[in-house]
Design a protein. Sequence first.
Lengths: 258, 75
Amino acid sequence: MGFLPGYGYFVRTAAALQWDEAAIDLRGDAAAWPALAPARRLGIETLVAGFCVGEASVSEELEPFALAALDERAATCFRLQARDEARHAAFFDRVAAEVVGVAGASPDERREALRPLLDPAFLDLFEERLPRIASRLAEHVEQLDAAVALYHLVLEGVVFTAGQFALLELLDEDEALPGLRGGVDLVLRDERWHVGFGARALGLIGGSPHTLEQLVEAAEPALRAWGGAVGPEIRARVLRLHARRLRAAGLVSEAVAA
Amino acid sequence: MTVTEETQSEEETKKWICETCGFVYDAEEGDEDGGIPAGTKFEDIPDDWMCPVCGARKKDFREMEPGEDIPEDVN
């Protein structure tokens, strides 16, 4: 086994992963939405709220990462990722507006309407901690390892992954929401690229002992930010995947990630 | 191609690469952490196995060409 791709590998593969969020047909989803069971609707709406807020936040925070990168191809990867994140934010906003029927004349207004569904810890992760660490990069490029660890491996690799698994579980109860189901699959495919790139970038940058320790310790508290929207089985599964990822990418020893 | 060369070529094509993240599965090593013992051919891995780094599915891997380099520095 080996995990040694250069940044050029990610630049090359990104081209094959592009898709158009505006082309996804949500009309069938919108028609089916009112007939879904209320508890299922609330579960989906809460997860969509998380992605509307989370994706909007992450899409705005990548330029400092690109500016802090010493390798030009790494900077290109961060900018390619920013394009993906903007697409994800636009897709989930479409779902909120066209399927869920969230009130608001703009993405900002719809996010404001959805925010009460989310745990304060979730908002803190995406709207406080991430912007704070991204803004620090301007003066402290040496903290890029900690920023990548938080953004790519905790927020994307753990929090978003858990939310996507939970959303897929709800969507797979039947085929009522095919547009959302197909879009989540495409988002998940992009996220795999992001997480793979982040894991490799952290390996190439070289994470400090403190960053790597945090990477292990931060996962479980971050998962709790979903509140009841993500069940214990998915949380446990995602934590196992996180530990396995850190070992496979050579970021931590087996003993540390066990 | 002689029989010997053909056998050698088959031996060399035991690596599969995740097209999303570049992780390489080597049958000689397996993926003990993922429950795949050393020596397991890629074809024999369960379909629900996932890339240990990015979580891509088994079908998102492709067999590496004989002599193809692990993409350490693809530009």
